[in-house]
Design a protein around this ligand. Sequence first.
Ligand code: WQD
Length: 339
Amino acid sequence: MILITGGCGYLGSHCAINLLERNTEICIVDNFSNSSIEILDKIKSISKKHFKFYQGDVRDKKFINALFLKKNIDAVIHFAGLKSVSESEKDPSEYFSNNITGTINIIELMKLNKINHFIFSSSATVYGNQHPPPWDEKLKLKSPTNPYAKSKFIIEEILRSFVIDNKEFRAGILRYFNPIGAHPSGLLGEEIHSGRNLVPAILNSLIHSDEYLSVYGNDYPTPDGSGIRDYIHVSDLIDGHLKALNYIKTNRGCHVWNLGSGNGYSVLQIIQVFESILKRKINFKFEGRRKGDLPEYWALINKAEKELNWSPRKSINDMVYDILNHLNKTRPNLKILKN
Ligand code: WQD
């Protein structure tokens, strides 16, 4: 059985569905800090499978240990954690507690209970602002400045030491670029109010006709002046997790892989993709650069392609179509998609 922490979140819920569809036994832990109980019904209705759910916090050692004792868990995919860079700057200790303490608890209790397979959600933010793109896993890292990225960087370091002392323990670290997209059923996707990322901001401008999208920066040294990122469909990202889990079953140690599409798209290009599917214009205005943003970055994904036999399948059009299909299903009165 696989434990998915944060299994009601945007990524965790997609992971749960994928595993259930492969008839893998799972149990989910979530404290609903950034998700809701309704997600459980959605996972059930899409997968048509049963699974166990436990409400609780990964920092609660008693709770997690009881779960490990009760269930026959042989791997943990650890999504639980806080994920907003700007929020982390306002409340660093909350980020360190949730992300670092939570992860240390899980791996220590895994060791105690002889559970040896661990997949960890890291982030491209660990590369900081020191390297020109594209970024590969061999780049030297130094501690990033924002607390969110720092929490991921520190956990990566902890995992590298942990496997040296615990030879049977294997860890797969996945550095996410910008996950977007939604489940093809349209039933599950990223919450619109979640954070201040580009996609929720675009959707807000579609929902509220009096609101416009702020495009942060038109003077970056990029072909059109707007920021470039590497967007990856959530289903490709999750596929990478399952392949990483398989890999560590036969390979000891601590391994790290970038999960991105390998391509960069600018904010203006993303807007154009939305407009072409919507068949209408998006209301936007240029604003100054957002503090802390980099001009451009994207991933080199050869390592995951080679070692995991993984490659992203979904195009940027697929990502945007699935996002709009989800919006169309959740807010039918908007009549977002014309056909
Ligand atoms: C993308 C581009 C913005 C909003 C990523 C992850 C995030 C986090 C850190 C995960 C940039 C521009 C955005 C808007 C805009 N954690 N933008 N108007 O900053 O690359 O963050 O790494 O590890 O979850 O997504 O993503 O979506 O905020 O921004 O013009 O209203 O869109 O300036 O160029 P970012 P993002």
